[in-house]
Design a protein around this ligand. Structure first.
Ligand code: C2E
Ligand code: CA
Ligand code: CA
Ligand code: CA
Length: 278
């Protein structure tokens, strides 16, 4: 009967996840998750490479599903995009960040950067500009500098990207090109856009110290970025060796598990700057 129980358990587990998957695909589960407060935001520190102080944070969504457990954003963002739910989901993120803002204001100094990921589906949405303005208005005035992160792949798909970036800049927002190195663009081409930050994808950062072919590519990218006067951020910095390598090459900001994992508000409040960690 242990075997029967095991088989039954396995069966209902498989069946359960099949139904869950179907509900996810229909998008219903995401809307239910929003309504029931299953999403929350964590904040990952971004560190100044020279001063080794926190320059700001990146807001990252988390879904704590009652039966499936923690669902990684890479999975639910893709579902949300496919189901045209990225706009309600991003608005929900805005609301959650706004709710956290008062506490964030006490943790982060004035002028701190607050990174927000934007999905391409939202950029064309008719209410995009209204959403951004409403979000900015929901935060304590002047305290944070909003940095909107758009992936390299998505940026190039946007015909109207240039106009949109100008609009964002005029209103005092900054733009980061995210996951740089995973698209297939030339930096020279990207220079035409007025971008504030270039975020080097963690795939590149991983290769540091492993003597793979990517390291010389990263080296060349950083040299060119510097020549073009672009501010660089390396993501996915996991080791001291990687941090050292990046600092030596003049990368401006560092983000990754070596400094900190994404943190809840309470954890962020207790987070110590990585002073002398090198
Ligand atoms: P991303 O924008 O590249 O975000 C950074 C991801 O890298 C985060 O994963 C973070 O936890 C992870 N990470 C940071 N440091 C390290 C490290 O040292 N090592 C490793 N292995 N990973 C590190 P997360 O939170 O799972 O997010 C995954 C992706 O999901 C994000 O990639 C982003 O593209 C997307 N995402 C998350 N939240 C949102 C959101 O609110 N809106 C949109 N559109 N996308 C989001
Ligand atoms: Ca990002
Ligand atoms: Ca990224
Ligand atoms: Ca990435």
């Amino acid at each position: 009967s242990i075997l029967a129980g095991l088989i039954f358990g396995l069966f209902s587990g498989v069946l359960g996840s099949y139904f869950l998957f179907a509900r996810m695909r229909s998008g219903k589960e995401i809307l239910t998750g929003i309504k029931r407060g299953q999403f929350h935001v964590v904040y990952q520190p971004v560190v100044d490479a020279q001063k080794l102080e926190m320059q700001g944070v990146e807001a990252l969504l988390r879904w704590e599903h009652p039966t499936a457990g923690a669902i990684p954003p890479d999975a639910f963002i893709a579902f949300a995009e496919a189901q045209q739910l990225i706009v309600p989901l991003t608005r929900h993120l805005f609301a959650l960040v706004a709710r956290d803002a008062r506490q964030l204001q006490n943790i982060l100094p004035p002028g701190a950067k607050l990174g927000i990921n934007l999905a391409p589906g939202h950029l064309h949405a008719p209410m995009f500009k209204e959403d951004i303005m409403a979000f900015a208005a929901s935060l304590p005035p002047q305290h944070f500098k909003l940095v909107f992160e758009i992936t390299e792949r998505d940026m190039l798909k946007e015909k109207e990207a240039m106009g949109l970036f100008c609009w964002l800049h005029k209103r005092g927002f900054e733009i980061a090109i995210d996951d740089f190195g995973t698209g297939h663009s030339a930096l020279i081409y990207l220079q035409r856009f007025t971008l504030d930050y270039l975020k080097i994808d963690r795939g590149f950062v991983n290769s540091i110290g492993m003597e793979t072919v990517t390291t010389p590519v990263l080296d060349a990218v950083l040299t060119l970025a510097k020549r073009l006067d672009m501010t660089t951020v390396a993501e996915g910095v996991e080791t001291r060796e990687q941090a050292k390598w990046l600092i030596e090459r003049g990368v401006n900001y560092l983000q990754g598990y070596y400094f900190s994992r994404p943190l809840t508000l309470t954890q962020l409040m207790n987070w110590n700057q990585p002073q002398g960690s090198h």
